[in-house]
Design a protein around this ligand. Structure first.
Ligand code: NAP
Length: 473
């Protein structure tokens, strides 16, 4: 089995501890991954600090070129990366290939934004005291950025942090999720082959519960960019002091199906929107609110399309739904379905568990206080409830601790924009599922879904400091 060392200061580092990486679907071993402890966290931060002046001194074009080359090399190595993502996360290979394509896009957008990194002219003489003065801002890199990433999009969500950080002239210490360190380690190799200076990207897999606090609290780190659960995000926020913090957290995404929706189109989008990667997408469709008059037809169509999904091994090309990340997570989802049924929901299909795999489950008439409705399910479960008026549906969408994205299907533009205006989320999608994302758009949430926005242009804003310079002529 191949052993993967950490990457610190451009060099491979083997430690006293390693963990076996396994395909969650069947537990077959994939690789042996060395694990970072406190010494390696410190060493990675020191390496990143040493590389910081080098990155800061590079021209925008030099940084842009590295990112452009990285995009091209990633596509050259597409199958290798897709198989790594699929094996470590249990994501169907066809989705992993899409993730690689998106990762290349994220790099290209970051490359373009490196060229566009600008400040602004400040109208100093708009104040009487500013007469005769010129003012401008420049955007400077922050220094060392700690990037902490989740298991569900191990490649593209890492690139949403690494790409903008490099574009802005920062250096990175990346701690990938323990379940999915492989693509992160391959990325370090890919960037090195594109001329990224040693130490600009350090990758330290290791248990977040043991090394996370050290990374977050370390005085050498200027910013933490975190994607993951709300629990860990809140802990990071509490420990980060005055460091810059971006938090991309969870959601229990809601979708409204209006009585003027095109149901065939809505179902064609909502079923993959609910069950892609076994619902382990932060914006998976989880709560569906259907206008009462079209409920029956929608549910029938939704169940038919759900039943047609092909469940299997992630590396099988035909597979559309595979396992969850662990058997423990699958058992949690199973128990949440049981809780909902005991509270009065109807399990219309699915919900059967074998090891880490749960068949796509559809619940109707779900009591709103149950876990599958009120919390983030992060599994293959969609709940369908009906409503009488649009105001009622909007209130139900907003009755959530989360606010990442939501959506509506309707042919009525007045209702679409009323919902868009009144739903409290970071992004609202008309005639699409909240699970939709392209990588250049501003992406992030309100409430427990986090703070800050990603998408290279927006992430770069968070990863740079505006400095004011004035000149008295
Ligand atoms: P998680 O358990 O919160 O883990 C995320 C990362 O945090 C992992 O690298 C983890 O390391 C690390 N970590 C754990 N404890 C830590 C600590 N005390 N200090 C610092 N880091 C620590 O989340 P997950 O299960 O991997 O991912 C699922 C969650 O991510 C869901 O809630 C989902 O909604 C959210 N998510 C959000 C977005 C978004 O853009 N808004 C996108 C994708 C996923 P270990 O793996 O070693 O524990």
């Amino acid at each position: 089995m191949i052993e993967y060392p950490l990457v610190i200061g451009g060099s491979p580092v083997r430690t006293a501890h390693s963990a076996t990486l396994r395909i969650p679907f069947d537990d077959s071993p994939v690789a042996e991954i060395f694990q970072a402890g406190p010494d390696e966290v410190n060493a990675a931060i020191v390496a990143a600090q040493r590389a910081a002046p080098i990155m800061r001194a590079m021209t925008r074009d030099q940084r842009s070129t590295i990112l452009r080359q990285a995009a091209a090399r990633l596509l050259e190595r597409k199958e290798e990366f897709a198989r790594a993502v699929s094996s470590e996360s249990g994501k169907p290979l066809r989705e992993a290939r899409l993730e690689v394509d998106r990762g290349a896009n994220t790099l290209l957008f970051s490359s373009e934004e490196a060229h566009r990194l600008v400040g602004e002219v400040v109208p100093m003489d708009a104040s009487p005291a500013g007469a005769g003065r010129w003012g401008m801002t420049i955007r400077q890199p922050l220094g060392v950025i700690a990037a902490i990433t989740p298991f569900n999009f191990p490649l593209n969500l890492s690139l949403h942090k690494i790409g903008p950080a490099i574009a802005a002239g920062n250096t990175v210490v990346h701690k990938p999720a323990s379940a999915t360190p492989l693509s992160a380690l391959l990325l370090a190799d890919l960037f090195a082959s594109c001329g990224l200076p040693p130490g600009a990207l350090n990758v330290i897999p290791g248990p977040g519960g043991a090394i996370g606090d050290l990374l977050v609290e370390h005085p050498g780190v200027a910013m933490i960019t975190f994607t993951g659960s709300a629990d860990v995000g809140l802990r990071i926020r509490a420990r980060a002091g005055l460091k810059r913090v971006t938090l991309e957290l969870g959601n229990n995404s809601a979708l409204i199906i209006d009585d003027e929706a095109r149901l065939e189109e809505a179902v064609a989008r909502a079923v993959p929107g609910s069950f892609a990667h076994s619902g382990q997408v932060c914006i998976s469709v989880q709560r569906i609110l259907v206008a009462r008059s079209v409920r029956e037809e929608f549910v029938d169509r939704f169940l038919a399309a759900t039943g047609a999904l092909h469940i299997g091994h992630p590396l099988d090309d035909a597979t559309e739904v595979s396992s969850l990340i662990t058997e423990k997570e699958a058992a949690r989802v199973e128990s949440w379905i049981g809780e909902a049924v005991r509270a009065g929901a109807r399990l219309a299909t699915g919900g059967a568990r074998r090891h880490a795999t749960v068949t796509p489950a559809v619940l109707t008439d779900v009591p709103p206080q149950t876990s599958v409705w009120a919390k983030e399910a992060f599994g293959p479960v969609a709940g369908i409830n009906s409503y009488q008026s649009l105001d009622e549906a909007i209130a139900a969408v907003n009755a959530s601790d989360y606010g990442l994205q939501a959506g509506i299907f309707t042919a009525n533009i007045e209702k679409a924009f009323r919902a868009a205006e009144q739903v409290h989320v970071g992004g609202f999608l008309i005639n699409d599922v909240p699970q939709f994302r392209v990588d250049q758009m501003p992406y992030g949430g309100v409430k427990l879904s986090g703070t800050g926005r990603e998408g290279p242009r927006y992430a770069i804003e968070e990863m740079t400091e505006p400095k004011l310079i004035t000149w008295r002529g």
